[in-house]
Design a protein around this ligand. Structure first.
Ligand code: NDP
Length: 248
């Protein structure tokens, strides 16, 4: 599926909504966090580099948008104590979540499986898959309290068709899509929480530059170009859309 043609997010689309975005300090996550705040949301910025999160925070606050919350967490180190901190922060300060965007990911190595570094493999699976499961499980109660909350899983072209030399990244995105599809099926008749997959496609970020070092970034769409699809899925305009996969 794709964004309805000519869709334009209303200025107040996300007013009163609390939206947690992982990997909010850079790339697509950064652009999305700022756009969500511009459309009225209170954002919860999760990422591993505090200075990057603070820079997003400053940009949002300086523009007069709702003050974001900061969750400086390395998803590679996500354990029960850190998860409880996230649950406490959400429950105490926000009460309910209306959106959760799983965006953070590691790229890892572009080598044949026979040469793939095993530590890198485990770290990727932890960040790209296990942390997604742990955060989703922990935050489902807060999402349920949000009524019509929206979960977005950020995948990739290799999430449907793994290709040679994409290693753990491709396998992790394949697993992510499996997780999202299974969850959507479980929530289908029991919950108002919606779950959808987004493949951003080639986008001008540092991850893309690492994956394709010889590519001219100027030939790629910017992060702002993928934001409208995420906004659409996070807001009430997409009410009832559930268990779908979108290409940006
Ligand atoms: P970037 O590398 O630019 O940004 C990824 C963000 O995730 C960064 O803020 C990074 O933090 C954060 N992150 C990485 N590891 C961790 C961790 N262990 N704990 C917490 N945060 C972490 O990537 P993109 O913006 O390009 O990618 C965003 C999503 O889109 C990813 O899921 C990616 O797979 C997907 N995607 C991107 C495409 C593209 O062309 N750009 C194409 C298809 C899919 P820090 O900045 O501190 O490193």
């Amino acid at each position: 599926m794709s964004l309805p043609p000519d869709y334009s997010a209303p200025a107040d689309l996300l007013t009163g909504r609390n939206i947690l975005i992982t990997g909010a300090g850079d790339g697509i996550g950064r652009a999305l966090a700022i756009a969500c705040a511009e459309h009225g949301a209170t954002t919860l910025l999760l990422g591993r580099t505090t200075a990057k999160l603070e820079s997003v925070y400053d940009e949002i606050v300086d523009a007069g948008h709702p003050e974001p919350g900061l969750l400086p967490i390395d998803l590679a180190q996500l354990d029960a104590a850190r998860i409880n901190e996230v649950i406490d922060a959400v429950d105490t300060h926000y009460g309910a979540l209306h959106g959760l965007v799983h965006n953070a990911a590691l790229l890892g190595d572009r080598v044949p499986l026979s040469h793939y570094d095993t530590d890198t493999w485990h770290r990727l699976m932890q960040v790209n898959v296990n942390a997604v499961f742990l955060l989703t499980q922990a935050l489902l109660p807060a999402l349920e309290r949000g009524n019509d909350a929206s979960l977005i899983f950020t995948s990739s072209g290799v999430g449907q068709k793994p290709r040679a030399f994409w290693g753990a990244y491709a396998v992790s995105k394949y697993a992510l899509e499996g997780f999202a599809t299974l969850l959507a099926d479980e929530l289908e008749n029991t919950s108002w929480t919606r779950s959808n997959i987004v493949n951003p496609g080639a986008t001008r970020t540092s991850m893309r530059a690492r994956a394709y070092p010889n590519e001219d970034p100027a030939t790629l769409k910017t992060t702002s170009a993928v934001v409208p699809l995420f906004l659409y899925l996070l807001g009430p305009d997409s009410q009832g859309i559930h268990g779908q996969r979108f290409d940006a």
